[in-house]
Design a protein around this ligand. Structure first.
Ligand SMILES: [Zn+2]
Length: 226
């Protein structure tokens, strides 16, 4: 157990107290590096919570962050358990080069949705994932399949998927839009599915699109030398 001092913000008394902490945060939530941050100070806010300030020790970061500590008072000893740290800065998900070249906006919107999900904004995240899927499909059709840009831009996503995509991509992308629409509309149709299923279907769509781009590349490269 680690022992530190806290300052009280939950009463008029300006006293200090000691508390025991089970462990320090194992990584900085801002740069996401695994390391041992330094303890700076801590404040007791109410009966069940202390907020502790830590400093990241990575030379390129050095930011301060706050960790929430849950408090159990045991025979007047303040025992704390590390809960969560913030602000969070989730690691950006990188997609393979084919995907990020064809649709940089898909990558951006997907990561924004993921950030929203990371801070508990589930409703906004669901709509974001649905939007990212639309950019992925339409950019793929315009940039890789050479479909007419104006036609694709104006068409509903459902029509683009049904009309222009090969079977594997169509099957997963169509189901992703069904769940995506549930995240966007008033009435939920797929009660037993959630944002995790939507993400899984988007991942599968990315997988099939990426496979198709790589297959096309090998065919073009090798057939031209036959
Ligand atoms: Zn850091």
């Amino acid at each position: 157990m680690l022992q530190y001092k806290f300052e009280r913000l939950d009463s008029n008394k300006n006293e200090l107290g000691n508390f025991l902490l089970d462990r320090k945060p194992e990584k900085c939530p801002i740069c996401n590096s695994i390391q041992e941050p330094s303890f700076v100070s801590a404040y007791k806010l109410n009966d069940n919570r202390i907020e502790a300030i830590f400093k990241c020790n990575k030379s390129t970061c050095k930011h301060l962050f706050i960790s929430i500590l849950k408090l159990n008072i045991n025979y007047s000893v303040y025992n704390c358990t590390l809960s969560k740290s913030y602000p969070t800065n989730p690691v950006r998900i990188e997609f393979d080069e084919d995907i990020s070249t064809i649709s940089p906006l898909f990558v951006n919107i997907y990561n924004q949705a993921r950030n929203a999900e990371g801070i508990g904004l589930n409703h906004v995240a669901g709509m974001g994932y649905r939007k990212s899927l639309e950019f992925l499909i339409k950019d793929y059709l315009i940039k890789h399949k050479d479909e007419d840009e104006e036609t694709i831009k104006e068409a509903f996503l459902g029509k683009c998927i049904k009309q222009y995509l090969s079977d594997n991509i169509k099957q997963v992308a169509e189901r992703a839009t069904w769940l995506g629409n549930d995240e966007t509309h008033y009435h939920r149709v797929w009660e037993d599915k959630d944002i995790k299923d939507l993400k899984k279907l988007i991942d599968l769509t990315v997988y099939w699109i990426s496979s198709e781009i790589q297959t096309d590349r090998y065919i073009t490269e090798m057939d031209s030398r036959k």
